[in-house]
Design a binder for this molecule. Structure first.
Ligand code: IMP
Length: 185
């Protein structure tokens, strides 16, 4: 038996409404521009798929993959790029589509990585801003939901590669002493 429960935090319906509102905001800000959406694999793949369909703008899409977590629920702080962009971003407006900004370390690293390629602009759109956990300052321009802390899964987000296919977003709640590392989440 799992030493934890999944507790619904954000329903499928709430997610879709929020994405619709975010898409309206992004469409107004980027109309007439050469927008490239950069999805951060793997966690943002479902968010990006819904966002791009709501946008109704002629955007391009590319992906980058950053490995920083492994099978743990606490950030290792170590960052590796396991898949780079396939297109050039010189002079383009780039919107990074990320699942969660937690400590901010990953997005700070990625912003530096992208900015040295001379884009016209780079902004971040995150499904979830875990604002209480921030250890480095990074500007998150578009935010789906703000949650203070806690480990969440579903809608593309995993715990040891599980639960990405859940329609809503759930918090992983540890019930036992074995799961007492939940205090670090
Ligand atoms: P940061 O560098 O600490 O901001 O970590 C960001 C990355 O950690 C995200 O892109 C996620 O892959 C992962 N992450 C952080 N919190 C969670 C969570 O609650 N659920 C699933 N993944 C998470």
């Amino acid at each position: 038996m799992n030493p934890y429960r999944l507790v619904l935090k954000i329903s499928q319906d709430e997610i879709q409404k929020r994405i619709h509102a975010l898409a309206t905001q992004i469409r107004n800000d980027y109309r007439g521009k050469d927008l490239l959406l950069v999805g951060v694999l793997k966690g943002a793949f479902i968010f990006l798929a819904d966002l791009v369909r709501s946008l109704d703008l002629p955007v391009e899409v590319d992906f980058i993959r950053i490995a920083s977590y492994g099978a743990s629920t606490a950030s290792s702080g170590g960052i590796t790029l396991s898949k780079d962009l396939e297109c050039t971003i010189d002079g383009r407006d780039v919107l990074v589509v990320e699942d969660i900004v937690d400590t901010g370390v990953t997005m700070q690293w990625l912003m530096a990585h992208l900015e040295c390629r001379h884009p016209q602009s780079v902004k971040i759109c995150a499904l979830i801003d875990k604002y209480e956990r921030r250890t480095v300052q990074v500007p998150v321009h578009y935010i789906g939901f703000r949650i203070p802390s806690g480990f969440v899964v579903g809608y593309g987000l995993d715990f040891a590669e599980k639960y990405r296919g859940l329609q809503g977003i759930y918090e992983v709640v540890f019930d036992t002493v074995e799961g007492s590392h939940a205090g670090q989440l």
